[in-house]
Design a protein around this ligand. Structure first.
Ligand code: ADP
Length: 206
């Protein structure tokens, strides 16, 4: 298996690139999706979160109210740390379990890790040992804001705040083995995905 870590800031186009790699034959391990699964009602992560923040983070239908959680952790370092302490061990366990399922195969496995580089600029890549390469999707923040507003329903101030609250462009690029530029149109992105995919297939298997 060839293992790649994929990251990028909100709105950079990381999910679009992940989909592009899947179209080219990769298997995807999507950290955000795993977190959503771990937070389904009744699961231990959900229960631990409700224990900490109370029924106010549960929506009427019994599922997690993500907005209510975001309100509690956005701009509050202690609460954000508490959330990480609840979610991360379970997340890393599940990622390791899924990696184990493919080890020794010919698969290209993409670990989609939005928070590979934290807001303080530190990388958690070491947690995952022996990854063949780190791919960073990069786009001009002004273009990113435009896309978040036009395509994902963000209001502009919110998009800017979310970007400001994440790792900087430079911090991500500093850990990259390969940068995929997504400042152009979708056709240009497809060409960049092709080139990155060609490079990935030359990397060592493990
Ligand atoms: P991320 O996963 O990094 O948050 P997405 O892949 O969801 O970002 O991209 C953000 C939005 O911008 C999506 O609606 C996506 O379809 C759109 N998008 C991504 N790349 C481009 C591009 N090169 N040109 C136009 N729209 C794009």
């Amino acid at each position: 298996m060839i293992e790649i870590a994929l990251t990028g800031g909100i709105g950079s186009g990381k999910s679009t690139v992940a989909d592009g790699f899947v179209d080219r034959g990769a298997l995807l391990i999507d950290a955000d999706r795993i977190v959503r699964e771990l937070q389904e009602p009744g699961r231990p992560v959900f229960e631990a979160m409700v224990q900490r923040w109370g029924a106010a983070i549960v929506a009427e239908d019994g599922t997690l109210d993500r907005g209510a959680v975001a309100e509690r952790v956005f701009n509050d370092a202690d609460e954000l740390k508490a959330l990480g302490e609840i979610v991360h061990p379970a997340l890393y366990n599940e990622i390791e379990r899924r990696r184990g399922l493919n080890s020794g195969s010919d698969a290209v496995v993409i670990l989609d890790l939005p928070l590979l580089v934290g807001a303080d600029g530190t990388s958690i890549a070491d947690q995952f040992g022996e990854i063949a390469g780190i791919v960073v999707v990069d786009a001009d923040p002004e273009i990113t804001v435009e896309r978040l507003v036009a395509n994902r329903g963000f209001d502009e101030a919110d998009a800017r705040a979310r970007i400001a609250n994440q790792a900087s462009r430079q911090d991500r690029i500093a850990v990259a083995d390969r940068v995929i530029d997504n400042s152009g149109d979708l056709a240009a992105l497809e060409r960049n995905i092709d080139r990155a995919w060609e490079w990935i297939t030359t990397l060592p298997h493990k």
